[in-house]
Design a protein around this ligand. Structure first.
Ligand code: AMP
Length: 210
């Protein structure tokens, strides 16, 4: 069984993704991270992606589907996958469902729910380790990673304008996708406004009975 993580920006998908990856020995497809890497390329496509990410818009579906198709070609046989950040809109959900069907893979959704206020609060104070990518929320003063000692940086797209755009896009494009999966009973809903450990505990408990 594969898993798909859903949740508003700042809901803790990345943090829970790393925990679940380790716990279930999953392959992780983190859409935003893959696209950020592509954006570093000096090609016209890299530059285009960079400008889209910077303003908080969604990257065109063809590009996203190409990255995921490519990823699926290289996963270790027999391993399950945890998808983070896809599908994010209706046409992408259709392409994603078609791809999963073609590859004969089943998936369950994990929706980490937080309020818009909480998301704004978390994103405007978010920092990330430059090297191990551990995320810190509400750590205005802290500049060094507790895990590896490297420097904490702000993500370049965590500007007030981009945060606003990403949340608007999420409400308009992604929430209907989540509602659809909920309707099809393919999804568990988790209260994301708890400690990291409690969120993990709720995910594990709910998955066990799902
Ligand atoms: P994230 O790391 O999930 O916050 O994603 C960072 C940025 O990558 C987003 O603001 C989008 O510009 C882009 N992105 C991530 N996932 C997708 C997706 N599924 N479809 C289109 N664009 C995406």
């Amino acid at each position: 069984m594969d898993y798909v993580l859903f949740g508003m920006q700042g809901s803790g998908k990345g943090t829970q993704g790393l925990i679940l990856k380790k716990k279930f020995n999953l392959e992780l497809f983190e859409t935003g991270a893959v696209l950020r890497q592509l954006a570093e390329e000096k090609s016209p496509l890299g530059k285009k992606i960079k400008s889209i990410i910077q303003i908080g818009n969604l990257v065109p579906n063809e590009v996203v589907m190409e990255t995921i198709e490519n990823f699926m070609k290289h996963i270790t046989q027999g391993k399950n996958v945890l998808f983070d950040g896809i599908p994010r809109k209706k046409d992408q959900a259709e392409s994603f469902n078609t791809l999963m069907k073609r590859l004969q893979r089943n998936f369950k959704g994990i929706y980490i729910e937080i309020s818009e206020n909480e998301a704004m609060k978390r994103l405007s104070s978010r920092k990330m380790c430059k090297v191990c990518k551990t995320v810190y929320m509400g750590s205005f003063e802290q500049n060094q990673c507790e895990k590896c000692g490297n420097e904490l940086i702000k993500r370049s797209d965590d500007t007030p304008e981009s945060i606003k755009m990403r949340i608007e896009n999420y409400k308009k494009e992604t929430l209907p996708v989540i509602e659809n999966y909920r309707h099809e009973e393919k999804l568990i809903t988790i209260n994301g406004e708890q400690s990291v450990d409690k969120v993990t505990e709720e995910i594990l408990n709910k998955l066990e009975n799902f």
